[in-house]
Design a protein around this ligand. Structure first.
Ligand SMILES: NC(=O)c1ccc[n+]([C@@H]2O[C@H](COP(=O)([O-])OP(=O)(O)OC[C@H]3O[C@@H](n4cnc5c(N)ncnc54)[C@H](OP(=O)(O)O)[C@@H]3O)[C@@H](O)[C@H]2O)c1
Length: 365
């Protein structure tokens, strides 16, 4: 039997196809999961853009020129040859954009399991954990689409806010966020806006002209300006740059314009056609934000239980805000196999409204 899987050409990620792959027979210790839904955002495009450099192609490797972009979603066990995992159990985690997947679980606990066989054993642990929905404090029935869209991004948003606060905002009077309309940026702005008013810097969103009104409507930014208007801000403003766009020319303008740039934090690359290196920049070094380092620090500072509790509390506040009646934060856009290629193309070209969140389902559940 064959099953659908979405693939992109590794050497040219604008080429995509919905292919069929053979449904593998289970070996002892393996489980088959039906992937019910998963999100697709600029974050996944970044996985593809850095597929080789950051080993994102290695999670679900293939031997041909086509790559499997990992996605965050929910899946249900439909067949099991593992003693501790039963059909019907549901897990949140890092899946292929496909209708099903065969995994070899290890380190099983009531909270979930890990995958560490083959190349997965060499990859970042954060991507190898599968969380059992029945004991997951993040999980809420009836809102899985919003969860798979925002949860993987919000954890980074929360950690960026925590990292900046933990460093007294590097003495900044303002934090500038590029791609202010992206989900990860608005999660960050949401967390920053909840910092005590007398301590927090001004939150300034930078975005493209068409996304100014949306970014303003989120109510988390103190000011939103277009990329073109950047130089209208005072050159003496002590500030931190949190870079979600990865746009090399924009980064250069920021480092040149602000004579008191205190910190430059590289998080993403939404401007996929404008990415570039950060060599020879004036001011502070552009430093890659490494979420696992801040998690490890807080686990040491607070212990795992307190860290989890704070994260869950913040997530619930954010999820509630996004789902508020009348909130304009997100419209879930559902896609099936029939619309997969077109949906991917519009995401890659940046043609989506920032309000849209794509959720795909390739299984015929
Ligand atoms: N390092 C980490 O741990 C981590 C974790 C999560 C996310 N991230 C990164 O954060 C970034 C945001 O991810 P997201 O999933 O939150 O994004 P998203 O919500 O899908 O972002 C949509 C926004 O990105 C910009 N954009 C998207 N495609 C574009 C294109 N082709 N050309 C120009 N602009 C484009 C537009 O914003 P503007 O008009 O406002 O520029 C658009 O409104 C990604 O690069 C992601 O990799 C990093």
């Amino acid at each position: 039997m064959s099953t659908p899987i979405f693939l992109v050409k590794k050497s040219d990620i604008s080429q995509s196809q919905l292919a069929s792959s053979e449904s593998l027979a289970l070996q002892a210790g393996q489980v088959r999961l039906r992937i019910d839904l998963f999100s697709f955002t600029a974050n996944n495009i970044t996985y593809a853009s850095f597929g080789d450099a950051m080993k994102y192609w290695d999670f679900y490797p293939r031997e041909d020129e086509w790559g499997v972009i990992p996605v965050w979603g929910f899946a249900e066990v439909v067949e099991s040859l593992h003693d501790s995992i039963a059909p019907g159990q549901r897990f949140y985690g890092y899946y292929p954009p496909a209708a099903e997947v065969v995994l070899t679980p290890s380190r099983i606990s009531p909270a979930g399991f890990s995958v560490s066989d083959g190349p997965r054993g060499q990859l970042a642990a954060v991507y190898n954990s599968y969380t059992n929905c029945s004991s997951d404090p993040f999980h809420a029935h009836g809102s899985e689409a919003v969860q798979c869209l925002l949860r993987p991004l919000f954890i980074t948003s929360w950690l960026i806010d925590d990292f900046l606060a933990d460093n007294s905002f590097f003495g900044s009077e303002a934090v500038l966020l590029s791609s202010a309309s992206s989900k990860t940026a608005y999660g960050t702005a949401f967390c920053l806006s909840l910092q005590p008013a007398e301590q927090r810097p001004k939150i300034i969103g930078l975005t493209s002209p068409g996304n100014v009104a949306f970014s303003e409507s989120l109510g988390c930014y103190d000011q939103v300006i277009t990329y073109e208007q950047l130089e209208s801000l005072s050159a003496n403003l002590p500030c931190t740059y949190v870079d979600f766009a990865g746009n090399a020319a924009l980064r250069h303008r920021i480092h040149t314009h602000f004579t008191q740039l205190k910190y430059s934090c590289s998080v993403g690359g939404t401007h996929v056609q404008e990415l570039g290196g950060a060599k020879g920049l004036p001011g502070p070094k552009a430093t890659l934000f490494f979420a696992p380092a801040q998690i490890a620090k807080r686990r040491d500072d607070w212990g795992g239980a307190v860290l989890n509790q704070r994260l869950v509390q913040s997530w619930q506040a954010f999820a509630q805000r996004v789902a508020q009646p009348g909130a304009t934060w997100m419209d879930v856009e559902m896609h099936s196999a029939a619309s997969a290629n077109a949906a991917y193309a519009s995401l890659l070209k940046g043609q989506l409204s920032p309000r849209s969140g794509q959720v795909w389902s390739l299984s015929n559940k």
